[in-house]
Design a protein around this ligand. Structure first.
Ligand SMILES: [Zn+2]
Length: 260
Protein backbone atom coordinates (compact mmCIF):
# COMPACT_ATOMS: atom_id res chain seq x y z
CA UNK A 1 0.00 0.00 0.00
CA UNK A 2 1.48 3.39 -0.93
CA UNK A 3 0.93 6.69 0.87
CA UNK A 4 -1.84 7.84 -1.51
CA UNK A 5 -3.79 4.67 -0.83
CA UNK A 6 -3.25 4.88 2.93
CA UNK A 7 -4.39 8.51 3.01
CA UNK A 8 -7.45 7.74 0.91
CA UNK A 9 -8.56 4.81 3.05
CA UNK A 10 -8.18 6.88 6.22
CA UNK A 11 -10.32 9.77 5.00
CA UNK A 12 -12.89 8.57 2.47
CA UNK A 13 -16.53 9.32 3.18
CA UNK A 14 -17.93 6.94 0.63
CA UNK A 15 -21.33 6.37 2.25
CA UNK A 16 -22.09 10.03 3.03
CA UNK A 17 -24.75 11.20 0.61
CA UNK A 18 -24.69 14.87 1.63
CA UNK A 19 -20.93 15.14 1.17
CA UNK A 20 -21.17 13.40 -2.19
CA UNK A 21 -23.86 15.72 -3.53
CA UNK A 22 -22.07 18.86 -2.34
CA UNK A 23 -19.03 17.81 -4.33
CA UNK A 24 -21.22 17.17 -7.38
CA UNK A 25 -22.79 20.61 -7.11
CA UNK A 26 -19.28 22.08 -7.15
CA UNK A 27 -18.46 20.06 -10.28
CA UNK A 28 -21.67 21.27 -11.90
CA UNK A 29 -20.80 24.92 -11.30
CA UNK A 30 -17.34 24.51 -12.84
CA UNK A 31 -18.54 22.44 -15.80
CA UNK A 32 -21.66 24.52 -16.48
CA UNK A 33 -24.01 21.61 -15.81
CA UNK A 34 -27.61 21.97 -14.73
CA UNK A 35 -28.51 19.98 -11.61
CA UNK A 36 -32.05 18.58 -11.55
CA UNK A 37 -33.54 16.95 -8.48
CA UNK A 38 -35.32 13.89 -9.88
CA UNK A 39 -36.91 12.51 -6.73
CA UNK A 40 -36.60 11.88 -3.06
CA UNK A 41 -36.05 15.21 -1.38
CA UNK A 42 -34.87 15.43 2.19
CA UNK A 43 -31.82 13.33 3.00
CA UNK A 44 -31.85 11.23 -0.15
CA UNK A 45 -32.34 13.32 -3.29
CA UNK A 46 -31.57 11.69 -6.62
CA UNK A 47 -29.82 14.16 -8.90
CA UNK A 48 -29.51 14.24 -12.67
CA UNK A 49 -26.97 16.52 -14.35
CA UNK A 50 -26.86 17.74 -17.95
CA UNK A 51 -25.17 20.48 -19.95
CA UNK A 52 -26.70 23.89 -19.48
CA UNK A 53 -25.83 24.83 -23.06
CA UNK A 54 -26.38 22.61 -26.06
CA UNK A 55 -23.23 20.76 -27.13
CA UNK A 56 -23.02 18.96 -30.51
CA UNK A 57 -22.89 15.15 -30.68
CA UNK A 58 -24.62 12.39 -28.75
CA UNK A 59 -22.24 12.04 -25.84
CA UNK A 60 -22.43 10.04 -22.68
CA UNK A 61 -24.91 8.64 -20.21
CA UNK A 62 -23.04 7.94 -16.98
CA UNK A 63 -24.51 6.46 -13.84
CA UNK A 64 -23.44 4.96 -10.54
CA UNK A 65 -24.92 3.88 -7.25
CA UNK A 66 -28.07 2.16 -8.48
CA UNK A 67 -26.91 -0.51 -6.03
CA UNK A 68 -26.10 1.17 -2.73
CA UNK A 69 -23.50 -1.34 -1.58
CA UNK A 70 -21.14 -0.54 -4.46
CA UNK A 71 -19.37 2.61 -3.21
CA UNK A 72 -16.31 2.55 -5.49
CA UNK A 73 -18.55 3.13 -8.50
CA UNK A 74 -20.04 6.26 -6.92
CA UNK A 75 -16.67 7.62 -5.82
CA UNK A 76 -15.03 6.79 -9.13
CA UNK A 77 -17.63 8.69 -11.14
CA UNK A 78 -17.30 11.70 -8.83
CA UNK A 79 -13.50 11.76 -8.86
CA UNK A 80 -13.38 11.31 -12.63
CA UNK A 81 -15.76 14.27 -13.02
CA UNK A 82 -13.74 16.44 -10.62
CA UNK A 83 -10.64 15.70 -12.71
CA UNK A 84 -12.33 16.20 -16.10
CA UNK A 85 -14.34 19.40 -15.93
CA UNK A 86 -13.22 20.37 -19.44
CA UNK A 87 -14.48 17.07 -20.86
CA UNK A 88 -17.85 17.70 -19.24
CA UNK A 89 -18.05 21.06 -20.97
CA UNK A 90 -17.12 19.63 -24.39
CA UNK A 91 -19.35 16.55 -24.51
CA UNK A 92 -23.09 16.18 -24.16
CA UNK A 93 -23.66 14.34 -20.88
CA UNK A 94 -26.45 12.98 -18.75
CA UNK A 95 -25.03 12.02 -15.36
CA UNK A 96 -26.66 10.24 -12.44
CA UNK A 97 -24.17 10.41 -9.58
CA UNK A 98 -26.09 8.09 -7.25
CA UNK A 99 -29.39 6.50 -8.26
CA UNK A 100 -30.01 4.87 -4.88
CA UNK A 101 -28.85 7.29 -2.17
CA UNK A 102 -30.84 5.48 0.53
CA UNK A 103 -28.95 2.32 -0.38
CA UNK A 104 -25.59 4.09 -0.33
CA UNK A 105 -26.32 5.55 3.09
CA UNK A 106 -27.37 2.11 4.40
CA UNK A 107 -24.92 0.01 2.38
CA UNK A 108 -27.78 -1.91 0.75
CA UNK A 109 -28.17 -3.10 -2.84
CA UNK A 110 -31.92 -2.46 -2.97
CA UNK A 111 -33.81 0.79 -2.43
CA UNK A 112 -35.80 1.64 0.71
CA UNK A 113 -38.77 -0.40 -0.60
CA UNK A 114 -36.62 -3.46 -1.21
CA UNK A 115 -36.60 -3.12 -5.01
CA UNK A 116 -33.61 -3.79 -7.24
CA UNK A 117 -33.73 -0.63 -9.36
CA UNK A 118 -31.47 -2.28 -11.91
CA UNK A 119 -34.31 -4.67 -12.72
CA UNK A 120 -36.91 -1.88 -12.85
CA UNK A 121 -36.36 0.10 -16.04
CA UNK A 122 -39.62 -1.33 -17.38
CA UNK A 123 -41.50 0.18 -14.39
CA UNK A 124 -41.81 3.95 -14.94
CA UNK A 125 -44.34 4.04 -12.09
CA UNK A 126 -41.38 3.86 -9.68
CA UNK A 127 -40.72 7.58 -9.15
CA UNK A 128 -36.96 7.56 -9.66
CA UNK A 129 -37.25 5.45 -12.82
CA UNK A 130 -40.04 7.59 -14.28
CA UNK A 131 -38.13 10.80 -13.54
CA UNK A 132 -34.91 9.44 -15.05
CA UNK A 133 -36.69 8.31 -18.22
CA UNK A 134 -38.27 11.78 -18.56
CA UNK A 135 -34.87 13.40 -18.01
CA UNK A 136 -33.33 11.49 -20.96
CA UNK A 137 -36.40 11.19 -23.15
CA UNK A 138 -35.69 11.32 -26.90
CA UNK A 139 -31.95 11.54 -26.34
CA UNK A 140 -29.40 9.33 -28.08
CA UNK A 141 -26.02 8.51 -26.56
CA UNK A 142 -22.74 7.39 -28.11
CA UNK A 143 -22.20 5.27 -24.99
CA UNK A 144 -24.13 4.55 -21.82
CA UNK A 145 -21.95 3.57 -18.86
CA UNK A 146 -23.31 1.96 -15.70
CA UNK A 147 -20.74 1.57 -12.94
CA UNK A 148 -21.05 -1.36 -10.53
CA UNK A 149 -19.23 -3.68 -8.15
CA UNK A 150 -19.49 -7.45 -7.74
CA UNK A 151 -19.05 -9.27 -4.42
CA UNK A 152 -18.41 -12.62 -6.14
CA UNK A 153 -15.82 -11.48 -8.67
CA UNK A 154 -12.07 -12.03 -8.31
CA UNK A 155 -11.23 -9.29 -10.82
CA UNK A 156 -12.84 -6.56 -12.89
CA UNK A 157 -14.96 -7.20 -15.98
CA UNK A 158 -17.43 -5.52 -18.31
CA UNK A 159 -20.79 -6.39 -19.84
CA UNK A 160 -20.71 -4.93 -23.31
CA UNK A 161 -23.86 -4.38 -25.36
CA UNK A 162 -22.73 -3.22 -28.77
CA UNK A 163 -23.62 -3.25 -32.45
CA UNK A 164 -22.14 -6.00 -34.57
CA UNK A 165 -18.56 -5.22 -35.53
CA UNK A 166 -18.17 -2.54 -32.83
CA UNK A 167 -16.35 -3.11 -29.59
CA UNK A 168 -14.86 -1.06 -26.77
CA UNK A 169 -14.63 -3.57 -23.93
CA UNK A 170 -11.23 -5.12 -24.62
CA UNK A 171 -9.49 -1.76 -25.12
CA UNK A 172 -11.06 -0.41 -21.94
CA UNK A 173 -10.03 -3.35 -19.77
CA UNK A 174 -6.47 -3.02 -21.07
CA UNK A 175 -6.37 0.48 -19.62
CA UNK A 176 -7.61 -0.70 -16.23
CA UNK A 177 -5.89 -4.02 -15.65
CA UNK A 178 -2.74 -2.46 -14.24
CA UNK A 179 -4.78 -1.54 -11.17
CA UNK A 180 -6.84 -4.73 -10.67
CA UNK A 181 -6.60 -7.84 -12.88
CA UNK A 182 -9.41 -9.20 -14.99
CA UNK A 183 -11.94 -11.61 -13.50
CA UNK A 184 -11.17 -15.28 -14.08
CA UNK A 185 -13.93 -17.87 -14.33
CA UNK A 186 -17.69 -17.74 -14.71
CA UNK A 187 -20.09 -14.85 -14.34
CA UNK A 188 -23.69 -15.98 -13.99
CA UNK A 189 -23.00 -19.27 -15.75
CA UNK A 190 -21.06 -17.82 -18.66
CA UNK A 191 -17.33 -17.39 -19.16
CA UNK A 192 -16.41 -13.83 -20.14
CA UNK A 193 -13.91 -13.56 -22.98
CA UNK A 194 -10.88 -11.99 -21.33
CA UNK A 195 -13.17 -10.10 -18.97
CA UNK A 196 -15.68 -9.01 -21.62
CA UNK A 197 -19.26 -10.35 -21.54
CA UNK A 198 -20.52 -9.28 -24.92
CA UNK A 199 -24.05 -9.32 -26.33
CA UNK A 200 -25.56 -7.92 -29.48
CA UNK A 201 -28.85 -9.86 -29.57
CA UNK A 202 -31.23 -11.91 -27.46
CA UNK A 203 -31.60 -9.21 -24.84
CA UNK A 204 -35.30 -9.60 -24.11
CA UNK A 205 -34.63 -13.25 -23.23
CA UNK A 206 -32.14 -12.05 -20.59
CA UNK A 207 -34.72 -9.61 -19.26
CA UNK A 208 -37.20 -12.47 -18.83
CA UNK A 209 -34.60 -14.70 -17.19
CA UNK A 210 -33.49 -12.14 -14.62
CA UNK A 211 -37.01 -10.90 -13.94
CA UNK A 212 -36.84 -7.24 -14.94
CA UNK A 213 -35.29 -4.65 -17.20
CA UNK A 214 -31.75 -3.52 -16.32
CA UNK A 215 -30.56 0.02 -16.98
CA UNK A 216 -28.02 -0.96 -19.65
CA UNK A 217 -30.39 -3.10 -21.72
CA UNK A 218 -33.04 -0.39 -21.62
CA UNK A 219 -30.52 2.17 -22.83
CA UNK A 220 -29.10 -0.07 -25.56
CA UNK A 221 -32.59 -0.73 -26.90
CA UNK A 222 -33.55 2.96 -26.64
CA UNK A 223 -30.94 5.19 -28.20
CA UNK A 224 -27.52 4.22 -26.83
CA UNK A 225 -25.10 3.07 -29.53
CA UNK A 226 -23.29 0.94 -26.93
CA UNK A 227 -24.00 0.20 -23.27
CA UNK A 228 -21.26 -0.81 -20.87
CA UNK A 229 -21.72 -2.16 -17.36
CA UNK A 230 -18.36 -2.08 -15.62
CA UNK A 231 -17.81 -4.17 -12.49
CA UNK A 232 -15.01 -4.06 -9.92
CA UNK A 233 -14.47 -6.81 -7.32
CA UNK A 234 -15.77 -5.69 -3.91
CA UNK A 235 -13.05 -7.46 -1.95
CA UNK A 236 -10.19 -5.41 -3.36
CA UNK A 237 -9.06 -2.17 -1.70
CA UNK A 238 -11.59 0.64 -2.07
CA UNK A 239 -8.80 2.89 -3.30
CA UNK A 240 -7.88 0.60 -6.16
CA UNK A 241 -11.51 -0.04 -7.07
CA UNK A 242 -12.09 3.70 -7.32
CA UNK A 243 -9.00 4.09 -9.51
CA UNK A 244 -10.38 1.42 -11.86
CA UNK A 245 -13.63 3.31 -12.35
CA UNK A 246 -11.71 6.53 -13.04
CA UNK A 247 -9.50 4.85 -15.64
CA UNK A 248 -12.48 3.15 -17.24
CA UNK A 249 -14.26 6.48 -17.71
CA UNK A 250 -11.10 8.16 -19.03
CA UNK A 251 -10.88 5.34 -21.55
CA UNK A 252 -14.48 5.72 -22.66
CA UNK A 253 -14.01 9.42 -23.42
CA UNK A 254 -10.67 8.79 -25.18
CA UNK A 255 -12.01 6.00 -27.35
CA UNK A 256 -15.16 7.80 -28.39
CA UNK A 257 -13.26 11.02 -29.03
CA UNK A 258 -14.49 14.53 -29.73
CA UNK A 259 -17.17 13.42 -32.21
CA UNK A 260 -18.97 11.56 -29.40
ZN1 LIG B 1 -24.46 -3.54 -9.04
Amino acid sequence: MDSDERAYLATHRSHEVGHLLRRWRAVARKADLQVVSLTGGGDNPVLGLRNRRSVPGNGFYLSAGIHGDEPAAVQGLLQWAENNVQSLREHPVAIFPCLNPWGLRNNRREDAEGRDLNRSFDRPGIPVIGALLDFISRRDFAVAVSLHEDFDANGMYVYELARQGESLGEDLLERVEGVIPRHQGEVEGRIPKNGVMRRTRGLMKIVREIGGMPESIHLFLNGARAALTFETPSEYSLYRRVQCHIRFLEGVVDLIGPEG
